[in-house]
Design a protein around this ligand. Sequence first.
Ligand code: FAD
Length: 258
Amino acid sequence: MTASAEKYTRQTLLDVQPLTPNLFSLRTTRDAGFRFRAGQFARLGVTKADGSVVWRAYSMVSSPFDEHLDFYSIVVPGGEFTSELSRLREGDSLLIDRQAFGYLTLDRFVDGRDLWLLATGTGIAPFLSILQDFEAWERFDSIKLVYSVREAKELAYQELIAGLELRDYLADYAGKLQFIPVVTREQHPGALNGRITTLIENGELERAAGLALTPEHSRVMLCGNPQMIDDTRQVLKQRDLQLSLSRRPGQVAIENYW
Ligand SMILES: Cc1cc2nc3c(=O)[nH]c(=O)nc-3n(C[C@H](O)[C@H](O)[C@H](O)COP(=O)(O)OP(=O)(O)OC[C@H]3O[C@@H](n4cnc5c(N)ncnc54)[C@H](O)[C@@H]3O)c2cc1C
């Protein structure tokens, strides 16, 4: 098969930045033909020592109009893919499927006033792509980015988040975004402390946001730990916020990472 007929392209790592021993971000070149919507994921491939290729899904952090691709990764101890990925350095290559996938995109919602983006850990990735694009800022009056980690040092992309409203192309929307960090295993100044479900049930999240979660106005995206997603979906269901399906538009969209 010729290279152009392959289902994937070979891209070059431009930068690798560790955040903690188990978390790092990476930047790669982008094939000119690779198109995606903010919130989607790519399939990344790494070649193991025996020559076989392992593929895993990774949400894009970068926006659809950036020339490069950014990803954010955990290192799972003994993980087949991340053991290889975390060994790669600048100049090494990474395989990327030609097609992007996924439905954690804003077109899941037909309307809504307030956008709630709820992430655990690396699940922050698709929301950073969404927030670096215009659509969310144009469509919603307010955006609440809720980012839950165990320890404060795991809060990634803080500069990017703080700088969003300073970007020229988002300047008109300044004041729409509120960042609400949640740190579960330690007290951290400015962060809520507790599971996302508990913070919804006891009203703390809505108090911090200064907004209520309602079926009329709220559109909620959940990404990351499948347990958090399941539990939060149940809590939201009790508030009449339902999963959005193509045959029945609703208020909630989800992406499980495992
Ligand atoms: C749609 C989609 C998008 C994804 N996007 C990302 C992303 O942007 N960044 C990312 O790091 N991972 C992402 N993942 C997870 C990723 O595909 C792999 O699971 C991860 O790279 C680990 O691969 P592995 O082979 O090393 O371990 P695996 O054998 O795949 O996983 C082993 C175990 O590690 C845990 N685990 C896996 N992924 C994570 C994670 N991200 N955070 C915490 N624990 C985890 C789970 O308990 C899992 O059972 C995504 C998964 C899906 C389905």
